[in-house]
Design a protein around this ligand. Structure first.
Ligand code: PLP
Length: 388
């Protein structure tokens, strides 16, 4: 297998791998030593010197710049949120949609994206779902666009079978038809490179507890800052361009910030943001393309192993259409998930099987262990194939 980076050294930063075969980064990543240290540093500073907060805010701005670089965006285009759902809701409610308008989405895409838009039913906005096929690109949406279509919202990578949709062609279609384009990158970020400008996104939302390696409760939002007509549904002092210096709110001068700060509300999850900074340093040190290439290679090995065992892969096989790090084996989850747990193999149950999801620390040995557990159970049960 090609050696893109020192995986063994990275592995040492994720001590969970000593206790189990961790193949569940699509659910959440285990904590790494650099993130733990950053969180501990926050606790110590808070405990001993109460920050000061201005130091944490300065670090937050550095982290914002790192996120911007990751997405090929400007610092002013990045807001911190609580999670993906909040980012999607901010986006859905900022779009100037009115009764009779419609938004196109993919049927079966993540509900945290879908509900943000389905909730606009109250305003008379309709969500139209296109089918989820192995390939989703501009052609999948084109025929569904009519005069009332105003936006497309979709995931980059599907959580339940690892589809990697063609967001670039969909972005080009949105440009051609003058539609807003919203992307949920929760399952892609940290493993698949994303260029906000190249895909022509209006908004991009994500949480940070998967590929960005920090615990739950922090998210991010990219906003194309040329879209100044998009205003926040909620407002706090921090969302304003000129918050009152005397802290007395007045109904005048309520113009939203010129930056993505217009979508931010109140105080921030500063410890998690400090953790995110350390996580981004780790990702940048390795290089996201290398993480992607490593996961693709592991995935090739997994697919070949599943083929050998006669276990069907759910979702796309081809690198052009699959995510590097998310695979679903057609093993009935209710029969298998406890068994994997009993063998210290951590995977997730999914709609059509068992999801194996990879992170920067996984190795061929992890894949081999997964395949061996399947093989041994099938052999002891006298099964030759478990394909659905
Ligand atoms: C595509 C996608 N979007 C969103 C989420 C999660 O949403 P949130 O960050 O709001 O918890 C997940 C998984 O947890 C996901 O796979």
């Amino acid at each position: 297998m090609t050696h893109y980076y020192n995986v063994e050294a990275v592995r040492k930063l994720f001590p969970v791998v000593e206790k189990m075969t961790y193949l569940d980064s699509g659910f959440q990543t285990p904590m790494s030593t650099p993130v733990r240290r950053a969180l501990e540093a926050f606790i110590q500073e808070s405990y001993e010197t109460a920050g000061p907060k201005s130091v944490w805010i300065d670090r937050m701005e550095e982290t914002r710049a790192k996120i911007a670089a990751l997405l090929n965006a400007a610092r002013e285009e990045i807001a911190f949120t609580k999670n993906t759902s909040e980012a999607m809701n901010i986006a859905a409610n900022a779009l100037p949609l009115k009764a009779g308008d419609n938004v196109l989405m993919i049927h079966g895409d993540h509900p945290n994206n879908a509900y943000a838009f389905l909730n606009l039913k109250k305003k008379g906005v309709e969500v139209r779902f296109i089918p989820m096929t192995e390939i989703v690109n501009a052609d999948s949406f084109r025929a569904q666009i009519d005069a009332n279509t105003k936006a497309i919202s979709m995931s980059y990578v599907a959580f339940h079978a690892g589809h990697r949709f063609d967001v670039e062609s969909v972005g080009a279609l949105c440009k051609e038809k003058n539609l807003y384009f919203v992307i949920d990158i929760m399952q892609a970020v940290g493993v698949v490179p994303i260029d906000a400008k190249k895909v022509g996104a209006t908004f991009i939302g994500s949480g940070t507890h998967k590929g960005l390696l920090v615990p739950q409760g922090l998210g991010l939002l990219y906003w194309d800052h040329t879209r100044t007509e998009l205003e926040p549904a909620y407002l706090a002092a921090i969302s304003l361009e000129n918050p009152p210096a005397d802290f007395i709110a007045r109904p005048d001068n309520m113009a939203p910030s010129f930056t993505a700060g217009r979508f931010e509300l109140g105080n921030f999850n500063l410890p998690a943001i400090q953790g995110l900074s350390a996580a981004l340093d780790l990702i940048n040190e390795i290089g996201i393309e290398k993480i992607q290439a490593h996961c693709f290679d592991l995935g090739d090995g997994l697919i070949a192993g599943l083929d050998e065992l006669g276990v069907k892969l759910v979702g796309p096989r081809d690198r052009a259409h699959r995510a590097p790090h998310i695979y679903v084996a057609a093993l009935p989850a209710e029969e298998w998930i406890d068994f994997f747990a009993s063998k210290d193999v951590r995977v997730s149950p999914e709609r059509d099987g068992v999801r194996i999801s990879l992170g920067m620390f996984n190795t061929e040995a992890d894949i081999d262990r997964f395949l061996l557990v399947v093989k041994e159970r099938n052999a002891s049960a006298g099964r030759t194939t478990t394909a659905a």
